[in-house]
Design a protein around this ligand. Structure first.
Ligand code: PD2
Ligand code: ZN
Length: 282
């Protein structure tokens, strides 16, 4: 029997609260690969737990209090990231966004690009409808993933990120590398997994929700390629060795973390993305 995770329970509660019928839920879960006996057990458990009570909407659930992020209480200009002194260039409180400079050396940027180049393929995005991966017209870059701790430079950078963002190393997904050629872009999206999609509980079994993103710039394009935050009109320039961090304490647009990669107009942009989960990512 598949275990009934807190995420699956939360998803079922949200679906019921949104007015979806139990048969419709059974059909979505079946399509997402859930066995019928597991589906019945999960539905029964939620029914028992919510009988007589209010089915809470996850958007109204209390925000997480334990979140990744740098310590900024004393408005530091520099932060000690263990093996490197990182500059704090810009901060936004809501949404929580921090722009860093000098996070990576030019040699580290080159080493990541060199190790990734031969392994690139057209980027896929996690498909929350099914829990699988699909080609996405909204994302026209090429990409690959390193395993966590795959090589020396990846290990060094992951340890630095864990120190800088005060988040356990093993809560992070493997580093993703993206290359944008001229014309390539990543249309505005949220990095958290949509709790309303039936594939989401499957995705969340590997470490819960994403709660933070760090996009590190490995190579500057000649023009274009900013990381944009349309809700607040912010554009972060893709300067080599710099990075933008943002966090989201619930899987909801109220976090104002809509963001995208603007089209590259000339040259090539390379980035490395580290996504942070709620728990150990397996
Ligand atoms: O490359 C970027 O600027 C970018 C923009 C939005 C990367 C991501 N999202 C991502 O990797 O999630
Ligand atoms: Zn993103």
């Amino acid at each position: 029997m598949q275990p009934i995770s807190p995420e699956l329970r939360e998803w079922i509660v949200a679906q019921l609260a949104a007015g979806h019928s139990v048969p419709a839920l059974r059909q979505s879960m079946h399509a997402a690969g859930w066995r019928d006996d597991a589906t019945d057990a999960a539905l029964a458990e939620v029914e028992r737990a919510t009988r007589g009570g209010n089915a809470a909407d996850p958007a109204d659930a209390p925000a997480r209090t334990d979140m990744p992020g740098p310590r900024l209480e004393n408005s530091p200009l520099y932060l000690d990231a263990g093996d490197r002194r990182v500059q704090v260039v810009q901060t936004v409180k809501h949404p929580r966004i921090v722009v860093f400079a000098n996070l990576l050396s030019a040699e580290e940027c080159e080493a990541l690009i060199a190790a990734a180049r031969q392994r690139l393929s057209r980027s896929l995005t996690v498909e929350t409808k099914t829990g699988g991966e699909t080609l996405n017209v909204d994302r026209t870059s090429d990409g690959m993933f390193f395993e966590r701790g795959e090589n020396e430079v990846v290990r060094r950078i992951e340890a630095r990120i864990a120190t800088l963002l005060n988040w356990p190393l093993d809560f992070g997904e493997g580093l993703q590398i993206l290359r944008y050629s001229p014309g390539a872009q990543y249309r505005p999206h949220y990095d958290y997994f949509d709790p309303k999609e039936p594939g989401t509980p499957t995705i969340l079994r590997r470490g819960g929700q994403r709660v933070g993103t760090l996009v590190m710039y490995l190579q500057e394009p000649e023009q274009g390629g900013a990381t944009t935050f349309p809700d607040i009109g912010l554009e972060v320039a893709p300067v080599r060795g710099s990075a933008v961090f943002f966090s989201y304490d619930r899987a909801d647009p109220a976090t104002r973390t809509l963001h995208g990669g603007a089209p590259v107009l000339a040259g090539e942009k390379w980035v490395a993305t580290k996504w942070l989960r709620e728990r150990t990512f397996t």
